[in-house]
Design a protein around this ligand. Structure first.
Ligand code: GYE
Length: 313
């Protein structure tokens, strides 16, 4: 196996499968685990040489990283695209260079699906639907199904498939309830700092928020800080119901105090499935175009203490 990496960089790496990985950034706990999952799996012991690029949540950085991977003539490109659109040109360049592209976590929207080999990730729309259905059931259980319910949404990075899927999925359930009023949706870019800022803004504008939908846990941590600073109580006996996505350890920890009522898991351990896919491709086997990772959900009624004991992320 030869490749275009300069000899110094590749010294001692002969025979490895060279993988260029364009990661979104380091905006959340979920992301940290996702990155670690790749670093643990794509090791030299496993026969890989991993070139990792952090795009700092900017598409232009990711495009630059992919162009460098092409110049380096890597064997595979793994892309976690920050947003869905605008990838045609650079994916075309990878295709012309004969380098397969595997999408991990988020996906792209392109006219020509042959521009990537496959996508390994989560069913974001399903996560949004499950969140809406959970709220539906909870309100029924509380005898509040005929009440007018005021909601706000903190969306993830605008135009990312995680944001689009979760928003669309929740919207499907929202539409069935004429008495659910979505007061406003704003992007908190999947970060805690932005999440807090957006929630503070919502609290200034609306004094009747019953439900907060927050499209990832780190924004939710910001939401909780803002609610606490405003003297709002969360939980069954509180003023506000907070629903989140990801289900990282710290989120399940605060769920014990009902600061988060339900959390829809997004599995960050995509690397094993990506690695398995590469092995299949190395053997010349066909791979499934869409491969979903497994995920569940958690709510405040569960035995979180024992769940937390076995949880790795
Ligand atoms: O929910 C969020 C991260 O793309 C699924 O990105 C991922 C999302 C995840 O920043 O925490």
């Amino acid at each position: 196996r030869t490749n275009g990496l300069d000899t110094e960089e590749m010294a001692g790496h002969d025979g490895c499968i060279v993988v260029g990985y364009a990661q979104v950034g380091s905006e959340s706990d979920w992301r940290t685990t996702n990155t670690q999952s790749f670093k643990n799996i794509f090791t030299e012991e496993n026969g890989y040489y991993l070139i990792f690029e952090d795009g700092q949540q900017k598409q232009e950085n990711q495009v630059k990283a992919i162009r460098n991977f092409i110049l380096q003539d890597v064997d595979y490109i793994i892309l976690d695209p920050v947003v869905e659109t605008g990838w045609e040109a650079v994916l075309e360049e990878a295709k012309e260079a004969g380098i397969p592209v595997i999408l991990s976590d988020r996906t792209v929207e392109v006219g020509d699906e042959s521009l990537y080999s496959c996508w390994v990730g989560s069913n974001f729309c399903e996560e949004g639907i499950k969140a809406g259905e959970w709220l539906e059931n909870y309100l029924k259980e509380q005898g509040r199904e005929d009440e007018t319910i005021h909601l706000v949404t903190l969306q993830g990075t605008s135009g990312s498939s995680a944001q689009i899927g979760r928003s669309d999925g929740f919207e499907k359930i929202l539409k069935k309830h004429s008495d659910w009023v979505m007061l406003e949706k704003q992007s908190g870019d999947f970060t805690q700092a932005k999440g807090q800022e957006v929630m503070e803004d919502f609290l200034e504008k609306y004094d009747d928020i019953d439900v907060v939908i927050s499209e990832n846990d780190n924004m939710t941590f910001g939401v909780i800080d803002a609610l606490e600073a405003a003297g709002k109580k969360m939980g069954t006996d509180g003023d506000v119901i907070v629903i989140s996505f990801d289900a990282v350890k710290d989120a399940l920890t605060v769920m014990q105090d009902e600061k988060i009522m339900a959390d829809f898991e997004c599995n960050p351990l995509t690397a094993p499935l990506v690695e398995q896919t590469i092995r299949h491709m190395e053997n010349g086997e066909e791979v499934d175009k869409v491969q979903y990772v497994e995920e569940g959900y958690f709510d405040y009624t569960m035995d979180l203490k024992s769940i937390l004991k076995d949880r790795s992320y």
